[in-house]
Write a new protein. Sequence first.
Length: 275
Amino acid sequence: MYTAIKYEVEFTSFRASLYSANLKRKVRFRWMAPPEYRETSVGLPVVLMNDGQDYMALNLERTLTACYASRLLQPFVFVAIETNVHRIQEYGTASSADYKGRGKRAGAYSRFITEEFVPFLKSAFNLSPEKEDWVFCGMSLGGLSAMDIVVNHPELFGKVGVFSGSFWWRSAAYVKADKDDRSRIILDVIRDSPRAPHLKFWLQCGTLDETADRNKNGVIDAIDDTLDVISELENKGYRRQADIEYLLVEGGRHDLPTWAEAYPEFLRWAFQKQA
């Protein structure tokens, strides 16, 4: 006689693809959801991640499983969007390519996210309709892309997470002794974007992200660029701690192991239950 065996579902996960008219290719993505997804009638918050092909290298299955088991975090859905050989052209800033011609398709990628992918997710799955519950994140150039998309589309997103963002992305080559250094495109993107009081920002950098120090101030460029982005956000009216969280990882490098270590902190920031 068969005896039923009790078991527990830790998460639901699958991979799929969606054809993008803007990118003129199939975009693969990975979906992961907690047990609550099957049971709740209320749409869950969601985090999108660029560079989804690094899901395994970032050890995200273990990280997400731990988050889903935690009573301190809200249940949330995780969606990792994979890129391909066109990464250097599809990531960047939608307003313009950099001075070397990289990022020419960033506008098309931004339209894919905002006009195709987010509407598809909302129509196909039980996700929160509230913009405050939508988070976008990325690492390096994928982080720059996420920041650019979120600040330009606050009607769709509430939070953005950037790991070692490529905020050096420039409209012109660096000129020595240029104190303002406004050729970094993201600074003008933030300045010219609409201020949205609900937006929150999480920025991470490592003390060993790189060794370059273009202005010879004793601070590596990656940290300088991140701090300048924070200053630009503050000029826009966003506040540290209330709206902006900055994580400096001692010994952190521009690599997947560093970002994997920082990922739980990012998810706690994004989905911590309110007291």
